[in-house]
Design a protein around this ligand. Structure first.
Ligand code: S3P
Length: 439
């Protein structure tokens, strides 16, 4: 599918975004490992999180859909998972694959995991290598570093104290989950704090977790008990409207009930540094997951360039493509550094941003670990492609709304991995069909 985008002069109104992707994956997976029922509301019914539901079903958990985003997961308990009959396909979802490898490391059976073309290119050694140290067998393509991977777990696994070379919540979570079947504590340290949904939610399920300046430690032995989980809206999806709302001079955009966990709010800090005002309203915590949420209200105005790097990067890593759109239109230069991780996301997002926004006239220089963007530019409509990356597709649609003339974004089916309903939300705010699907 391709999307034709017309420029907008005004964006106004209130939109809801679907449930948080990271929290949804964890609710399904932890629910499958718990005894009893986990009732999930606000679950993200995008392809990535549906892949996790399918995987936990294949491993023996019972999943019942009660309504839109509303699921019961009746868990198998820590000793109850069973060998899947077939290969487990994680589709485009790195979170499904990496978190599952951690779980499978502790299971006394074989499982084979695979994924789509993009996921089969992404590095898995970051989880496979420490899990091997714990005693699991993980074999696969490229010396066991790429999907398909076959995992034969061991029980008990060995305790581990691990300093991860990357700030990655997927690595941290995979190792802590494997720790549930270890013979002693598992500690993970990171070069910078990554999102902490696992720490919050797994503790709520009953796991013994300690967070200290020296890392996160899971001490095995405690059973997990099913919990209600109310998933707030995904700030990574909200970011598209926060950027668009900040750049369109006229109007005010409210994104309702967005998760505002401080390990995820880097995009708000970057926008504030660029001169945008994003006001939180109706602040709340949600359910047992103890995840804060708020309505986010943004008003349009002139933005200026900024510097984004260091510990801010893991707190806005998925928002860089759309922040690059903001930077292209902002007054002055923007430097994004310490973000080499962008090269191993659903696509090489450093190359993709430079190449595709470049086609629209943006002045973007690729750096090994980031981007230099000179603004302001008047973006011009062009034919661009997502390269199969959902966040690139949506960032380019936002760029199209702010450009002169028509923009055509190709290869946009991938939007369904994280944000079904994206076009409807765009058009609701525009007040006319500014972005139209065109098969
Ligand atoms: C995620 C962690 C991040 C993020 C991804 C979701 C998670 O990846 O980019 O979209 O749910 O744990 P890394 O752990 O690779 O940084």
């Amino acid at each position: 599918m391709r999307i034709r985008v017309s420029p907008v002069r005004r964006l106004a109104g209130r939109v809801a975004v679907p449930g948080d992707k990271s929290i949804s994956h964890r609710a399904a997976l932890f629910g499958a490992l718990a005894r009893g029922r986990t009732e999930i509301t606000g679950y993200l019914e995008g392809e990535d999180c549906l892949a996790t539901l399918k995987a936990v079903r294949a491993l023996g958990a019972e999943v019942t859909r009660k309504g839109p985003g509303h699921y019961f997961v009746d868990g198998a308990g820590l000793d109850g998972l069973t060998e899947p009959e077939d290969v487990v396909d994680c589709g485009n979802s790195g979170t499904s694959a990496r978190l599952l490898v951690g779980v499978l490391a502790g299971q006394p059976f074989w499982t084979v995991l695979t994924g789509d073309e993009s996921l089969r290119r992404r590095p898995m050694d970051r989880v496979a290598e420490p899990l091997r140290r714990m005693g699991a067998t993980v074999v696969g393509r490229r010396e066991g570093s790429r999907l398909p991977l076959a995992v034969r777990g061991a029980r008990p696994l060995r305790a581990l104290s691990y300093a991860s070379p990357v700030a990655s919540a997927q690595v941290k979570t995979a190792l802590l989950l494997a720790g549930l079947w270890a013979d002693g504590p598992v500690t993970v340290r990171e070069p910078a704090p990554s999102r902490d949904h696992t720490e919050r939610m797994l503790a709520g399920f009953g796991a013994r977790l300690a967070v200290t300046p020296d890392g996160v430690t899971l001490t095995p032995g405690a059973p997990l008990a099913g919990q209600p989980v109310a998933v707030p809206g995904d700030i990574s999806s909200a970011a598209f409207f926060l950027v668009a709302g900040a750049l369109v001079p006229d109007g005010e955009v409210t994104v309702a009930h967005v998760g505002t966990n401080p390990t995820r709010t880097g995009v708000l800090e970057a926008l504030a540094a660029m001169g945008a005002t994003v006001r939180p309203e109706a602040v709340s915590g949600t359910g047992s997951a103890a995840e804060p949420a708020a309505d986010l209200v943004v008003r349009g105005g002139a933005l200026r360039g900024t510097e984004i790097g260091g510990t801010l990067i893991p707190r806005l890593i998925d928002e860089v493509p759309v922040l690059a759109v903001a930077a292209a239109l902002a007054e002055g230069g923007t430097e994004i550094r310490d973000a080499a991780e962008l090269r191993v996301k659903e696509s090489d997002r450093i190359r993709a941003v430079a190449g595709e926004l470049g086609k629209m006239g943006a002045r973007v220089t690729e750096r090994p670990d980031g981007l230099r963007i000179e603004g302001p530019t008047r973006l011009r409509g062009a034919v661009v492609t997502s390269g199969g990356d959902h966040r690139m597709a949506m960032a380019l649609v936002i760029a199209g709304l702010l450009a002169d003339g028509e923009t055509v974004v190709e290869d946009t089916d991938c939007i369904a991995t994280s944000f079904p309903g994206f076009l409807t939300a765009v058009n609701d705010l525009a007040g006319f069909p500014a972005a139209r699907a065109d098969a």
